[in-house]
Design a protein around this ligand. Structure first.
Ligand code: SF4
Length: 334
């Protein structure tokens, strides 16, 4: 089993005819500014702190071009790549689920719980060890791991390590007890998507979607599965967007789309069927975000941002505590 199997993005780059003509005539350089798109994580950061949003989505752009980018771009790009223990763990747990589901789809025996738990622990240790070598990370920040807890010397490190170890055990124990696993064990289910990137168009904007798992039941219903490795929370707008995507992409009515959140820490799950009203509300909400985000750009065509001073820092203990950009932000709350 390859727990480290890479899931590649399959999103398409959309270029209009007019843009293509401009590129051919050398009028624009497509890489000068980042491409405009919407995602739930972008909206979350926009709400959390505008300055952080600027650093992440604009300031860091092109910072990988160390020959031509300025010092700040390179620094922001590097900081953008920082991870943390919860993120690394969440990613590994999702890969564990993906790997188990793929094994089942390929007709192979399911990986043993002890093996999954040990593999997760080994990979967490590897992330920890890599983080002890800042020089290597500086040279290759995209492909090396640097935990922000280590980079910034946070005193939360040992507590987090203990929490993550507990969670790794609980998640591997509960995976095979979930309703989803029980469902997949029936011969009549067919897997449609696993961790696959796609886009849908909303308010003239590309919206990224990536469901953890999508499968079809014998009765024709489609189930959207969202693995959660943290505490139980409410259904997010993200899941409603997934339902809108599935309806459009697979041409099924909302009544036949089941949204299920599997809480791997507790082994519990919640299920939901989105209504027309839910979808309307979420699309309106996304529309408001898009409008506000677009008000932060000086030029919508190129997605050129306004001056950094327009992106007001919004310091708070919660936002600054884990912010990757603490090093460059004088407004941070410590
Ligand atoms: S350190 Fe705080 S104020 Fe500064 S960018 Fe990060 S979240 Fe915003």
């Amino acid at each position: 089993m390859d727990v480290l199997a890479t899931v590649r993005a399959s999103g398409t780059i959309w270029i209009t005819g007019m843009e293509r003509a401009d590129i051919q005539k050398g009028r624009i350089h497509m890489a000068q500014y980042p491409q405009w798109s919407y995602s739930q994580s972008r909206a979350n950061m926009f709400d959390e702190c505008l300055r952080k949003y600027y650093y992440h989505y604009y300031g860091a752009h092109n910072g990988w071009k160390t020959e031509s980018a300025d010092e700040m771009q390179v620094r922001l790009y590097r900081l953008k790549q920082l991870s943390n223990l919860y993120l690394v763990f969440g990613d590994l747990a999702h890969r564990m689920c993906e790997s188990a589901v793929r094994s089942r789809g390929d007709g192979k025996p399911k990986p043993r719980e002890a093996f999954l738990e040990q593999t997760m622990r080994d990979l967490l240790n590897q992330a920890y060890k890599e983080s002890m070598d800042p020089e290597q990370w500086r040279l290759n920040p995209k492909n090396r791991t640097m935990l922000s807890e280590i980079y910034y010397g946070d005193d939360t490190l040992s507590d987090r390590v203990a929490t993550i170890k507990e969670r790794a055990g609980a998640c591997t124990r509960n995976l095979y007890q979930t309703l989803t696993w029980e469902d997949l064990s029936r011969a009549s289910t067919s897997i449609l998507e696993i961790e696959k990137w796609d886009t849908m168009l909303l308010h003239d904007t590309r919206v990224y979607v990536k469901m953890d798992l999508l499968y079809r039941r014998r009765n024709g219903n489609i189930v959207i599965v969202d693995w959660k490795t943290g505490k139980e929370d409410d259904f997010s707008d993200q899941l409603m967007l997934y339902a809108a995507y599935v309806r459009e992409h697979y041409r099924v009515p909302l009544e036949q789309i089941e949204i299920r959140v599997e809480y791997l820490l507790t082994g519990k799950h919640k299920e939901f069927i989105a209504t027309e009203e839910d979808i309307r509300k979420v699309e309106e909400n996304v529309g408001r975000y898009i409008e506000e985000m677009r008000s932060c750009v000086a030029d919508e065509y190129y997605n050129r941002p306004k001056d950094m001073s327009y992106f007001t820092p919004m310091p708070s203990h919660r936002a600054c505590r884990d912010c990757n950009f603490r090093e460059v932000c004088s407004e941070r709350i410590v």
